[in-house]
Design a protein around this ligand. Structure first.
Ligand code: HEM
Ligand code: HEM
Length: 179
Protein backbone atom coordinates (compact mmCIF):
# COMPACT_ATOMS: atom_id res chain seq x y z
CA UNK A 1 0.00 0.00 0.00
CA UNK A 2 1.22 3.54 -0.76
CA UNK A 3 2.28 5.69 2.16
CA UNK A 4 -0.36 8.31 1.25
CA UNK A 5 -3.19 5.75 1.43
CA UNK A 6 -1.84 4.32 4.68
CA UNK A 7 -1.56 7.75 6.28
CA UNK A 8 -5.10 8.69 5.27
CA UNK A 9 -6.56 6.23 7.78
CA UNK A 10 -6.55 6.04 11.56
CA UNK A 11 -3.86 3.73 12.99
CA UNK A 12 -4.61 0.01 13.01
CA UNK A 13 -4.87 0.17 16.82
CA UNK A 14 -7.60 2.81 16.67
CA UNK A 15 -9.49 1.03 13.87
CA UNK A 16 -9.38 -2.36 15.61
CA UNK A 17 -10.36 -0.80 18.92
CA UNK A 18 -13.30 0.96 17.23
CA UNK A 19 -14.75 -2.14 15.56
CA UNK A 20 -14.12 -4.45 18.53
CA UNK A 21 -15.91 -1.85 20.68
CA UNK A 22 -18.88 -2.01 18.30
CA UNK A 23 -18.95 -5.81 18.75
CA UNK A 24 -18.59 -5.59 22.55
CA UNK A 25 -21.35 -2.97 22.87
CA UNK A 26 -23.64 -5.07 20.63
CA UNK A 27 -22.84 -8.13 22.77
CA UNK A 28 -23.62 -6.19 25.97
CA UNK A 29 -27.02 -5.12 24.58
CA UNK A 30 -27.84 -8.62 23.28
CA UNK A 31 -26.73 -10.52 26.37
CA UNK A 32 -28.69 -8.32 28.75
CA UNK A 33 -31.82 -9.10 26.74
CA UNK A 34 -31.11 -12.83 27.03
CA UNK A 35 -30.38 -12.37 30.72
CA UNK A 36 -33.70 -10.60 31.16
CA UNK A 37 -35.58 -13.39 29.41
CA UNK A 38 -34.31 -16.36 31.32
CA UNK A 39 -33.68 -14.76 34.68
CA UNK A 40 -36.51 -12.24 34.87
CA UNK A 41 -34.12 -9.36 35.41
CA UNK A 42 -31.86 -11.23 37.84
CA UNK A 43 -28.11 -10.83 37.75
CA UNK A 44 -26.76 -14.31 38.51
CA UNK A 45 -26.94 -16.33 35.25
CA UNK A 46 -24.40 -16.80 32.51
CA UNK A 47 -25.99 -14.30 30.09
CA UNK A 48 -25.56 -11.59 32.74
CA UNK A 49 -21.98 -12.75 33.36
CA UNK A 50 -21.43 -12.34 29.61
CA UNK A 51 -22.98 -8.86 29.84
CA UNK A 52 -20.51 -7.87 32.57
CA UNK A 53 -17.58 -9.25 30.58
CA UNK A 54 -18.62 -7.42 27.39
CA UNK A 55 -18.88 -4.20 29.43
CA UNK A 56 -15.41 -4.69 30.92
CA UNK A 57 -14.02 -5.30 27.42
CA UNK A 58 -15.57 -1.96 26.34
CA UNK A 59 -13.71 -0.26 29.19
CA UNK A 60 -10.39 -1.93 28.29
CA UNK A 61 -10.75 -1.04 24.60
CA UNK A 62 -11.49 2.56 25.51
CA UNK A 63 -8.09 2.82 27.20
CA UNK A 64 -6.34 1.32 24.15
CA UNK A 65 -8.28 3.65 21.90
CA UNK A 66 -7.59 6.87 23.79
CA UNK A 67 -3.85 6.13 23.86
CA UNK A 68 -3.96 5.17 20.16
CA UNK A 69 -5.77 8.41 19.31
CA UNK A 70 -3.32 10.49 21.30
CA UNK A 71 -0.19 9.10 19.63
CA UNK A 72 -1.51 8.06 16.18
CA UNK A 73 -2.47 10.03 13.06
CA UNK A 74 -5.71 12.03 12.81
CA UNK A 75 -6.32 11.90 9.08
CA UNK A 76 -8.35 14.85 7.75
CA UNK A 77 -11.75 14.40 6.12
CA UNK A 78 -11.51 15.17 2.39
CA UNK A 79 -13.33 17.25 1.24
CA UNK A 80 -13.49 19.10 4.58
CA UNK A 81 -16.98 19.19 6.15
CA UNK A 82 -18.70 22.45 7.18
CA UNK A 83 -18.49 24.05 10.64
CA UNK A 84 -21.90 22.75 11.75
CA UNK A 85 -21.01 19.19 10.73
CA UNK A 86 -17.74 19.40 12.65
CA UNK A 87 -19.52 20.74 15.75
CA UNK A 88 -22.24 18.06 15.72
CA UNK A 89 -19.56 15.37 15.24
CA UNK A 90 -17.51 16.73 18.20
CA UNK A 91 -20.53 16.72 20.51
CA UNK A 92 -21.61 13.23 19.40
CA UNK A 93 -18.11 11.78 19.76
CA UNK A 94 -17.68 13.32 23.19
CA UNK A 95 -21.03 11.82 24.25
CA UNK A 96 -19.97 8.41 22.89
CA UNK A 97 -16.65 8.54 24.78
CA UNK A 98 -18.42 9.51 28.01
CA UNK A 99 -20.89 6.67 27.51
CA UNK A 100 -18.12 4.11 26.88
CA UNK A 101 -16.47 5.23 30.13
CA UNK A 102 -19.50 5.81 32.35
CA UNK A 103 -21.83 2.95 31.38
CA UNK A 104 -19.51 0.07 32.43
CA UNK A 105 -18.53 1.88 35.66
CA UNK A 106 -22.18 2.53 36.54
CA UNK A 107 -22.86 -1.16 35.78
CA UNK A 108 -20.11 -2.22 38.20
CA UNK A 109 -21.50 0.17 40.85
CA UNK A 110 -24.96 -1.34 40.35
CA UNK A 111 -23.59 -4.83 41.08
CA UNK A 112 -21.54 -3.61 44.08
CA UNK A 113 -24.39 -1.59 45.61
CA UNK A 114 -26.45 -4.82 45.46
CA UNK A 115 -23.80 -6.34 47.76
CA UNK A 116 -22.26 -8.49 45.01
CA UNK A 117 -18.89 -8.43 43.26
CA UNK A 118 -18.09 -8.69 39.57
CA UNK A 119 -16.13 -11.88 38.93
CA UNK A 120 -13.96 -12.52 35.90
CA UNK A 121 -14.91 -15.68 34.00
CA UNK A 122 -12.65 -18.79 34.00
CA UNK A 123 -10.30 -17.53 36.70
CA UNK A 124 -13.21 -16.69 38.99
CA UNK A 125 -11.24 -13.71 40.29
CA UNK A 126 -13.52 -11.17 41.99
CA UNK A 127 -12.84 -7.53 41.19
CA UNK A 128 -12.57 -5.46 44.38
CA UNK A 129 -15.90 -3.83 45.23
CA UNK A 130 -15.82 -0.07 44.60
CA UNK A 131 -18.60 0.64 47.13
CA UNK A 132 -20.48 -1.03 49.98
CA UNK A 133 -24.00 -2.46 49.65
CA UNK A 134 -26.67 0.26 49.62
CA UNK A 135 -30.18 -0.57 48.35
CA UNK A 136 -31.16 3.09 47.81
CA UNK A 137 -28.04 3.89 45.79
CA UNK A 138 -28.48 0.60 43.93
CA UNK A 139 -31.93 1.62 42.75
CA UNK A 140 -30.62 4.98 41.55
CA UNK A 141 -27.62 3.65 39.59
CA UNK A 142 -29.68 0.79 38.17
CA UNK A 143 -32.18 3.25 36.73
CA UNK A 144 -29.37 5.47 35.47
CA UNK A 145 -27.73 2.47 33.75
CA UNK A 146 -31.01 1.52 32.10
CA UNK A 147 -31.79 5.08 30.96
CA UNK A 148 -28.30 5.61 29.53
CA UNK A 149 -28.64 2.25 27.75
CA UNK A 150 -31.84 3.47 26.09
CA UNK A 151 -30.59 6.98 25.28
CA UNK A 152 -27.47 5.60 23.63
CA UNK A 153 -29.42 3.43 21.23
CA UNK A 154 -30.36 6.78 19.70
CA UNK A 155 -26.93 8.42 19.95
CA UNK A 156 -25.27 5.36 18.40
CA UNK A 157 -27.99 5.35 15.72
CA UNK A 158 -27.27 9.01 14.92
CA UNK A 159 -23.53 8.24 14.73
CA UNK A 160 -24.12 5.33 12.32
CA UNK A 161 -26.50 7.35 10.11
CA UNK A 162 -23.92 10.18 10.00
CA UNK A 163 -21.14 7.76 8.99
CA UNK A 164 -23.30 6.29 6.20
CA UNK A 165 -24.40 9.77 5.08
CA UNK A 166 -20.77 10.89 4.77
CA UNK A 167 -19.94 7.78 2.79
CA UNK A 168 -22.90 7.41 0.46
CA UNK A 169 -24.35 10.92 0.19
CA UNK A 170 -21.36 13.25 0.54
CA UNK A 171 -18.93 10.69 -0.87
CA UNK A 172 -16.08 11.82 1.42
CA UNK A 173 -13.47 9.62 3.15
CA UNK A 174 -14.91 9.78 6.72
CA UNK A 175 -15.81 6.08 6.85
CA UNK A 176 -12.83 4.84 4.81
CA UNK A 177 -10.50 6.39 7.43
CA UNK A 178 -11.96 3.98 9.98
CA UNK A 179 -12.03 0.82 7.77
C1 HEM B 1 -21.02 -0.49 27.38
C2 HEM B 1 -21.33 -1.41 28.24
C3 HEM B 1 -22.73 -1.68 28.75
C4 HEM B 1 -23.95 -1.46 28.14
C5 HEM B 1 -24.22 -0.89 26.76
C6 HEM B 1 -24.97 -1.87 29.09
C7 HEM B 1 -26.33 -1.81 28.85
C8 HEM B 1 -27.31 -2.33 29.66
C9 HEM B 1 -28.72 -2.36 29.36
C10 HEM B 1 -29.35 -1.84 28.07
C11 HEM B 1 -29.34 -2.95 30.41
C12 HEM B 1 -30.81 -3.31 30.47
C13 HEM B 1 -31.67 -2.57 31.31
C14 HEM B 1 -33.07 -3.11 31.16
O1 HEM B 1 -33.35 -4.16 31.72
O2 HEM B 1 -33.83 -2.46 30.47
C15 HEM B 1 -28.34 -3.29 31.41
C16 HEM B 1 -28.59 -3.90 32.62
C17 HEM B 1 -27.62 -4.22 33.53
N1 HEM B 1 -26.26 -4.04 33.41
FE1 HEM B 1 -25.32 -3.20 31.85
N2 HEM B 1 -24.36 -2.35 30.24
C18 HEM B 1 -23.00 -2.26 30.06
C19 HEM B 1 -22.02 -2.63 30.98
C20 HEM B 1 -22.26 -3.23 32.21
C21 HEM B 1 -21.24 -3.66 33.16
C22 HEM B 1 -19.73 -3.55 32.95
C23 HEM B 1 -21.91 -4.16 34.24
C24 HEM B 1 -21.34 -4.75 35.51
C25 HEM B 1 -20.18 -5.28 35.63
C26 HEM B 1 -23.32 -4.07 33.98
C27 HEM B 1 -24.32 -4.48 34.85
C28 HEM B 1 -25.65 -4.48 34.56
C29 HEM B 1 -26.67 -4.97 35.49
C30 HEM B 1 -26.42 -5.55 36.88
C31 HEM B 1 -27.89 -4.81 34.84
C32 HEM B 1 -29.24 -5.22 35.32
C33 HEM B 1 -29.94 -4.23 36.09
C34 HEM B 1 -31.17 -4.90 36.53
O3 HEM B 1 -31.08 -5.53 37.58
O4 HEM B 1 -32.16 -4.79 35.78
N3 HEM B 1 -23.51 -3.50 32.73
N4 HEM B 1 -27.10 -2.90 30.92
C1 HEM C 1 -21.46 0.75 19.42
C2 HEM C 1 -21.35 1.45 18.35
C3 HEM C 1 -20.33 2.55 18.15
C4 HEM C 1 -19.65 3.32 19.06
C5 HEM C 1 -19.76 3.29 20.57
C6 HEM C 1 -18.78 4.21 18.30
C7 HEM C 1 -17.92 5.15 18.84
C8 HEM C 1 -17.09 5.98 18.16
C9 HEM C 1 -16.21 6.98 18.74
C10 HEM C 1 -16.09 7.27 20.23
C11 HEM C 1 -15.53 7.57 17.73
C12 HEM C 1 -14.44 8.57 17.96
C13 HEM C 1 -14.29 9.71 17.08
C14 HEM C 1 -13.11 10.63 17.41
O1 HEM C 1 -12.54 10.59 18.50
O2 HEM C 1 -12.75 11.40 16.52
C15 HEM C 1 -15.99 6.96 16.49
C16 HEM C 1 -15.54 7.28 15.23
C17 HEM C 1 -16.08 6.79 14.06
N1 HEM C 1 -17.07 5.83 13.94
FE1 HEM C 1 -18.00 4.91 15.44
N2 HEM C 1 -18.96 3.96 16.96
C18 HEM C 1 -19.89 2.95 16.83
C19 HEM C 1 -20.36 2.39 15.65
C20 HEM C 1 -20.01 2.79 14.39
C21 HEM C 1 -20.53 2.25 13.15
C22 HEM C 1 -21.53 1.09 13.07
C23 HEM C 1 -19.95 2.95 12.14
C24 HEM C 1 -20.15 2.82 10.64
C25 HEM C 1 -21.29 2.60 10.05
C26 HEM C 1 -19.05 3.91 12.73
C27 HEM C 1 -18.24 4.79 12.04
C28 HEM C 1 -17.33 5.64 12.60
C29 HEM C 1 -16.48 6.52 11.82
C30 HEM C 1 -16.47 6.65 10.31
C31 HEM C 1 -15.71 7.25 12.73
C32 HEM C 1 -14.67 8.32 12.42
C33 HEM C 1 -15.37 9.64 12.51
C34 HEM C 1 -14.44 10.83 12.41
O3 HEM C 1 -13.24 10.66 12.47
O4 HEM C 1 -14.94 11.96 12.27
N3 HEM C 1 -19.10 3.78 14.11
N4 HEM C 1 -16.94 5.99 16.78
Amino acid sequence: MHAAARNSRYSATVRWAHWLTVLAVAAAYLLVELGDDDEHGGTAGSAMQGHYLAGLVVLGLLLVRVIGMAIGPRPPIVPAPGHLSVLVARVTHLALYLFLLAQPIIGILSVNYAGETVTLPWSGTALPALVHADPGAREFVEELHESLGEIFYWVIGLHVVAALWHHFVKGDNTLRRML
